[in-house]
Design a protein. Structure first.
Length: 124
């Protein structure tokens, strides 16, 4: 009987330790900034109350801190996306976003369609 209690506690603790955490301090944690080979346009999916507040070329997802460098980076590293999607991604993330209107306008303007909505985030 004691063994099953210990086993149950271990399983519960390992589930808590292994569970993903939600962040709120910035757009995404450093872990997300890796190669983004899984789905680079969806870096905010499941991230509740992320803050979108940055000037042009200042987002942590604007790789190289300019549009051309970002597109070059994405073309080399985002294997699941085509060149048009990479251009849309970089156009969005390298633009100024300070409000929900900026987010919505830029998503339409650059034909950027991530799995998250602009209204689910905080702004400046």
């Amino acid at each position: 009987m004691k063994f099953s209690v210990v086993l149950a506690q271990d399983l519960l603790l390992s589930g808590i330790i292994a569970s993903p955490t939600v962040f709120t301090s910035d757009v995404a944690p450093d872990v997300v900034e890796g190669s983004n080979s899984d789905n680079a346009t969806d870096v905010l999916t499941g991230r509740l109350k992320s803050k979108l507040c940055f000037e042009s070329n200042q987002s942590r997802f604007c790789f190289g801190k300019n549009h051309k460098s970002c597109v070059d980076y994405m073309n080399k590293n985002a294997v699941s996306h085509n060149k048009e999607e990479n251009i849309a991604y970089c156009s969005f993330w390298c633009s100024k976003i300070k409000s929900i209107d900026d987010c919505r306008t830029n998503k339409k303007k650059f034909n950027f369609h991530p799995r998250w909505a602009c209204n689910g985030h905080k702004y400046c």
